[in-house]
Design a protein around this ligand. Structure first.
Ligand SMILES: NC(=O)c1ccc[n+]([C@@H]2O[C@H](COP(=O)([O-])OP(=O)(O)OC[C@H]3O[C@@H](n4cnc5c(N)ncnc54)[C@H](OP(=O)(O)O)[C@@H]3O)[C@@H](O)[C@H]2O)c1
Length: 322
């Protein structure tokens, strides 16, 4: 099979397409014939050598969609449509940047859909992160005012659509003036230009503050986001687009406003839900969500796709289809 292998960490050029033997399956694991996979910043960090515990050579990739090729447990028939996410894929064991991947049974999400593989490939990780963060972590409700910090990211774009469907008012941010109209065309009711300090702009729109914040930029903006939040509100940190993991000089009694709740959300700790994913795919197929179209590459375009991600120029989910 063809696979994208990283022999040692580095720039996008370390992503090499190699011929690899078909990976064997054993009890509790399923071999998937990969039809497409989404790209994630998690792979960018791994490729750069920043993922703790990852050894090289390694086939990257934390998610995929495809057809079951071999399931020794016989839970899934050969040819069944499935997605798979996380569970150590592309980190602890070889991942989905390949024609075949072998994953633990608990990572497998069965579904039925006529949507094209390019659309399906964009959705497993993005849906589980976004839906879980909004509904479980932020407890989003109708009439909530949701600030999406990092609105032009693929997670931010889907979050705006899902939040609108849940009846929330969405305020999205970008650092770029040119992206204001793009965000408005993709579900944002209001857009705030992110200068790093947006308290004034947010309070102009909502003098009491917003009720919920989806923090995708991370430690660089978290304290400012907390200050934008109304009494009783929730801030959930889900991303680290700002590239900074540690909060310098954090003083909880000063930086977390009275009665504001601060939490995080990670799909690492989540069991994927086949029912929720199926319902979402059905909604997409019925046209209930207008998703920002993914940017689609062949396997040979993997270096270019990683360059685009690293330059923050994607403005969409990046996917590879076979
Ligand atoms: N918790 C989880 O389980 C989970 C799962 C998946 C993803 N994530 C995280 O969610 C975040 C979004 O992922 P994604 O794949 O959707 O990202 P993406 O599409 O690659 O995001 C690109 C956007 O990030 C913004 N950005 C880049 N660097 C920035 C910086 N230094 N400061 C502020 N904004 C910056 C840019 O927006 P502008 O230039 O328009 O400002 C750019 O349009 C990532 O941090 C990812 O690791 C978390």
């Amino acid at each position: 099979m063809k696979a994208v292998v990283v022999q040692k960490p580095g720039a996008p050029e370390v992503l090499k397409i190699e011929d690899r033997p078909l990976p064997p399956t054993e009890g509790g694991w399923v071999r998937i014939h990969v039809k497409g996979f989404g790209l994630n910043r998690a792979e960018m960090f791994t490729r750069q050598g920043h993922s703790p515990g990852v050894s090289f050579p390694r086939i990257l990739g934390i998610e995929c969609v495809g057809l079951v090729d071999h399931d020794p447990s016989q839970k899934y028939e050969k040819g069944a449509q499935v997605a798979a996410i996380m569970g150590g894929m592309g980190r602890k064991f070889d991942g989905s940047y390949a024609q075949y991947v072998v994953v633990p049974l608990e990572c497998v999400i069965p579904f039925h859909s006529q949507l094209p593989w390019s659309v399906l490939a964009a959705l497993p990780e993005m849906f589980h992160t976004t839906h879980g963060a909004l509904s479980e972590s932020l407890e989003l409700k109708q009439n909530d005012t949701l600030l999406i910090r990092g609105g032009t990211s693929s997670i931010g774009l889907l979050a705006a659509r899902l939040a609108k469907a849940m009846g929330a008012h969405v305020v999205s941010t970008s650092r770029s003036h040119e992206r204001i109209e793009f965000l408005k065309a993709n579900g944002a009711d209001d857009v705030v230009l992110d200068t790093g300090q947006i308290l004034g702009a947010v309070r102009k729109l909502f003098p009491e503050g917003v009720t919920k914040v989806l923090e995708l930029v991370g430690a660089t903006t978290l304290v400012d986001s907390l200050s934008c939040t109304a009494t009783g509100g929730i801030v959930s940190m889900v991303g680290i687009l700002g590239g900074k993991w540690i909060l310098d000089g954090f003083e909880p009694m000063r930086d977390i406003p009275h009665l504001v709740k601060l939490t995080i959300y990670t799909t690492d700790a989540v069991t994927p839900s086949a029912n929720l994913f199926q319902a979402f795919l059905d909604d997409v197929a019925k046209g209930n969500f207008t998703l920002a179209p993914p940017k689609v590459f062949a396997l040979e375009g993997i270096i270019e796709a990683h360059r685009l991600m690293e330059a923050n120029e994607a403005k969409a989910k990046l996917v590879v289809v076979f």
